[in-house]
Design a binder for this molecule. Structure first.
Ligand code: SF4
Ligand code: SF4
Ligand code: SF4
Ligand code: FES
Length: 701
């Protein structure tokens, strides 16, 4: 199926390219060597992201002796000399391009790929102006316009197969195929049902790889060729894909994955790729709004809105004390903005009552990881799944929630890694899994304890690793003695033999990685479940090696960073406890103020305090807690009881509707800063377009 495991590290070989000596990895191709020598060899069917294919023959080069080879898929031979430019090669390449062009409409001026089409570039490069061949084009395959983001125009298809391979190898969705022969060959989706009907994930990878405009997205056709490109980091999920945002006249035209993105390696999903129209929505907040006596909002100047907020916050602090104020920072905003928010709460409002939405997602993971391993973050990078021989996914649906990482897991499973899934739902990865434990919601701890029981009692643990690195193993062993699979079965609804099979498979792996999601941490006893998963990794020695470990898959784009920079009520940046005198002394020196020593309130405690009218004012930045937090009636009741609420948002959300003052903030495409993704890469966020109207970046506010 064209899915390849990571190649082993290779030694180097030396070759000569157009008279210059270069050294490259022994498993490289002639094309790699040419590029290392700074020589451009034209390609049409080749992509750095895909396995070599060798379909178009435009990359022909000459070996010493004159033999012609396709550079893109010919392995380098140590000591060999290659010629990449000669009159003969230009003539051969022109012949090849001429044949391709003979079955391609010459409508470049009206084509959306005009100016960035690989075929057009190559035709110019070899001096081709017209084709000598009479066009055999008697076929006019119908366009497939069924899909909202991706249009197929098979009249322009040159049959290179890159789209099919992208769907197979990068996205691992296997939606596309080639049908027909010769001039009638065409790309089909599903069983030739049209792309909309096929099981397409709308990742856009096929469009990205298409060298012509046979696969296109409507952006360029609608808005014209972009005039600027900015590379930024996606603001949708914690994979943290690097994106190239192409704009024209200050508006987004097309977004593509950045080829060098360390987290995504030139891949993106439907959200990062296509979900940008909201930035131009007429519903965006464009000016500050102030609530009037009749409970409607009116537009206000920044001076008026900020003056009102400053007066009310000062009144509450000075009249009722700092603990009457609370701030909710945002995992959607940048590190810098979160840092400013917690500093505002601590320095200006003199309270540690500042929190972010990790409270209701992965704070149990951070707690367990910090206490078990010393730091509140996962142990692995995304690419580690390529070296794991077993992946255990618990309470997470990454192919939907973190699609680029999900595709990587799917590729690893298709390439041979064992897959265990603990999830009540029959999710896509469950259908691919070697073992799926469809446990009842809320029974994670029972199943995880039973798996540990099997590992211990069937001697599937790594005694040497435990002796060297673990504490209190004997106590854990005694604790787990009674938690057999038979004990867990009635609680979880899972067959005891299936629990045993999963535990044996996990214990038998040489390099296993556990990944868990909100199905673990948003359930009762989330910390206990996370501790159990970490214990499982430690007792089997699956720690401290590439591909082995235990990591949460964080949800929002910057939930890690918001916590790292101290938007939490009990710690400041780098998780230094606020109760620690040395931490406060360092801040006194840096900021010139004494920070309060007592922990602040967590989000649920803030809401309780608002209900009992101890908390009287709140500042909420880019969080819609009235819609997304549990028990929304309780949340709304709390916000309604406040004396004053300021909300910073990009749309009039249910939370903003309850505010006294609403401030218009900016989307991730409209601001500068940095995010920390799920595997802790600190990545730049760059402004690609301006916020609408008078809206400002949240940090500027
Ligand atoms: S958009 Fe993605 S999933 Fe859909 S056909 Fe293209 S590559 Fe395959
Ligand atoms: S649609 Fe594009 S990528 Fe796919 S085979 Fe045709 S030319 Fe190649
Ligand atoms: S996988 Fe996540 S970070 Fe990447 S493009 Fe999709 S939503 Fe954005
Ligand atoms: S690029 Fe080498 S054969 Fe197509």
């Amino acid at each position: 199926m064209g899915v390849a495991r990571k190649a082993p590290a290779a030694s180097e070989v030396s070759v000569r390219i157009d008279g210059a000596d270069v050294s490259i990895a022994a498993n490289g191709t002639v094309l790699d060597a040419a590029r290392a020598a700074g020589r451009r060899v034209p390609t049409l069917c080749h992509s750095e992201r895909l396995e070599p294919h060798g379909a178009c023959r435009t990359c022909l080069v000459e070996e010493s002796g004159g033999k012609l080879v396709a550079a893109c898929h010919t392995p380098v031979a140590d000591g060999q000399s290659y010629t990449t430019r000669s009159a003969r090669l230009t003539r051969l390449r022109r012949n090849t391009v001429e044949l391709i062009v003979s079955d391609h409409p010459l409508e470049c001026l009206t084509c959306s790929a005009n100016g960035r089409c690989d075929l057009q570039t190559l035709a110019q490069e070899v001096g081709l102006r017209e084709s000598r061949y009479e066009s055999p084009r008697v076929h006019t395959p119908p366009r497939d316009d069924s899909h909202p983001f991706i249009k197929l125009d098979m009249e322009k298809c040159i049959g290179c197969g890159k789209c099919v391979r992208a769907c197979d190898e990068t996205q691992a969705s296997f939606v596309l195929g080639m049908a027909g022969r010769g001039y009638d060959a065409k790309v089909i989706a599903g069983a030739d049902t049209g792309l909309e009907e096929a099981d397409c994930a709308s990742c856009g990878q096929c469009v990205l790889e298409c060298p012509v405009a046979a696969m296109e997205e409507p952006g360029t056709r609608l808005h014209g060729t972009p005039d600027a490109t900015v590379t930024t980091t996606c603001g949708y999920c914690a994979v943290g894909c690097a994106l190239d945002v192409h704009t024209k006249d200050g508006a987004v035209v097309v977004i593509e994955p950045n080829a060098d993105g360390s987290a995504n390696r030139g891949h993106a999903c439907v959200k990062g790729r296509f979900a940008h129209q909201y930035t131009r929505s007429g519903d965006r907040l464009r000016s500050p709004l102030v609530r009037q006596a009749d409970d409607t909002f009116r537009a206000a100047s920044w001076d008026e809105a900020l003056g009102l907020i400053a007066a009310e916050f000062a009144r509450v602090r000075d009249t009722h004390g700092p603990m009457a104020f609370g701030a909710i920072s945002s995992s959607r905003c940048t590190n810098e903005e979160n840092f400013l928010m917690q500093k505002f709460a601590r320095v200006v409002m003199r309270t540690n009552t500042v929190d972010n939405c990790s409270r209701v997602c992965h704070s149990p993971s951070a707690y367990a990881l910090r206490n078990a391993l010393g730091t509140g973050a996962g142990t692995n990078s995304f690419q580690c799944v390529e070296t794991s021989d077993l992946l255990m996914i618990v309470g997470a649906n990454p192919t939907e929630a973190h699609p680029v990482f999900g595709a990587r897991i799917r590729r690893a499973a298709l390439a041979g890694a064992k897959l265990i899934v603990l999830d009540p739902r029959n999710i896509e990865l469950a259908r691919l899994a070697d073992v799926h434990l469809p446990l009842r919601p809320g029974s994670n701890v029972a199943v995880i304890n039973a798996m540990q029981h099997v590992l211990i009692h069937e001697a599937l643990v790594d005694a040497e690793f435990i002796a060297a690195h673990a504490e209190a193993y004997d106590a854990l062993r005694a604790e787990l003695a009674e938690y057999t699979p038979e004990w867990a079965a009635p609680i979880s609804g899972v067959d005891p033999d299936a629990i045993r099979e999963a535990a044996r498979m996990y214990g038998g792996a040489s390099c296993a990685q556990i990944l868990w999601g909100l199905g673990v941490t948003e359930a009762g006893h989330g910390s206990n479940a996370a501790f159990g998963l970490i214990n499982m990794a430690v007792m089997t020695g699956n720690m401290g090696r590439e591909g082995a470990g235990a990591s949460p898959i964080r949800g929002q784009n910057n939930v890690q960073g918001a916590s790292d920079v101290g938007a939490l009520p009990h710690v400041v940046s780098d998780y230094r406890p606020i109760g620690d005198a040395a931490t406060r002394a360092a801040h006194r020196e840096a900021w010139g103020v004494d920070l309060p020593a007592a922990d602040g309130l967590r989000i649920p405690d803030m809401l309780d305090a608002a209900h009992s009218r101890r908390l009287k004012a709140m500042y909420i930045m880019a969080e819609d807690i009235a819609q997304s937090d549990p028990h929304v009636a309780h949340v709304i009741g709390a916000l309604e009881r406040l004396e004053f609420l300021a909300v910073q948002e990009i749309f009039m959300t249910p939370t903003a509707e309850l505010a006294d003052v609403v401030l218009p903030g900016a989307a991730f495409l409209e601001k500068d800063g940095s995010f920390v993704n799920s595997d802790r890469r600190i990545q730049r966020v760059r402004r690609a377009v301006d916020p609408p109207g008078e809206a400002l970046a949240d940090g500027d506010i």
